[in-house]
Design a binder for this molecule. Structure first.
Ligand SMILES: [Zn+2]
Length: 236
């Protein structure tokens, strides 16, 4: 292995490198010192809503990208929203919200759950990058939520790590059963609400303090695959 490759293997991505360096003390900033979005939580949410309106109506979206933007943010990022969303290929956050480079700090996994890595990522975005908005977004006909529904209704089991991955969604399915109606869709929303609630009551002051101070909002959302709209709910 060349020195270059082994160095890359050790450091991983810039994100991981930054965190590993900070283990012993203060976390180093991704962004240039003091550089943070100047959007308020409400403005950040409205910006996402506007972008989604353009996306769903096929209006031209001028997402910030290209060489100039790349250079502008090369030395520091100032994202204005953190998205917790599903890995589903039909649900790419930047496209759904008409956003470009350096605007969204994203956690994605099948079923948009929050494990330790996801929670740390969210906390980092808020505490270190000054992100004023966290959106937990489920979506219609989510395969991971459907897998959890089958665990509850058919006692299904899955190979490898898939079963453990959908476990955190099972309580949402059970809660959704009490609501009646379409179980999968109700479970998608219940899964989002549970995560939003957990983030709002997380014991770490990194989220609680900015929430209390009005510098952070944590909201739920669901994406409609058919018409392209994001329905925000549980806006807090
Ligand atoms: Zn999904």
């Amino acid at each position: 292995m060349s020195q270059n490759l082994s160095r890359r293997g050790f450091l991983g991505c810039a994100c991981c490198a930054a965190v590993s360096v900070g283990i012993a003390g203060r976390l180093p900033a991704f962004a240039a010192e003091g550089a943070r979005t100047n959007l308020t939580p409400d403005q950040a949410l409205e910006t996402l809503k506007e972008g989604n309106r353009s996306f769903k109506t096929d209006s031209p979206v001028r997402a910030v990208q290209g060489r100039e933007r790349r250079l502008e943010i090369a030395r520091g990022q100032t994202p204005f929203a953190t998205l917790v969303s599903c890995s589903d290929s039909r649900v790419p956050p930047e496209l759904l919200f008409g956003r470009g480079l350096g605007e969204l700090f994203i956690v994605r996994n099948a079923g948009n759950t929050v494990d330790t890595a996801a929670l740390g990522t969210i906390e980092y975005g808020v505490a270190q990058l000054g992100v004023p908005l966290v959106v937990v977004m489920g979506h219609e006909r989510c395969g991971a939520v459907e897998a959890a529904v089958k665990v509850v209704t058919e006692n299904a089991s899955y190979p490898g790590s898939i079963g453990r991955m959908v476990e955190p969604i099972v309580p949402a399915v059970i809660a959704a059963q009490r609501e009646g109606g379409d179980l999968l869709q109700a479970a998608v929303r219940a899964n989002v609400r549970r995560t939003v609630s957990r983030l709002r009551t997380a014991s770490e002051p990194m989220l609680l303090e900015p929430l209390r101070a009005g510098k952070l909002r944590i909201v739920g959302a669901s994406y409609d695959i058919d018409d392209g709209s994001v329905d925000f709910f549980d806006e807090g």
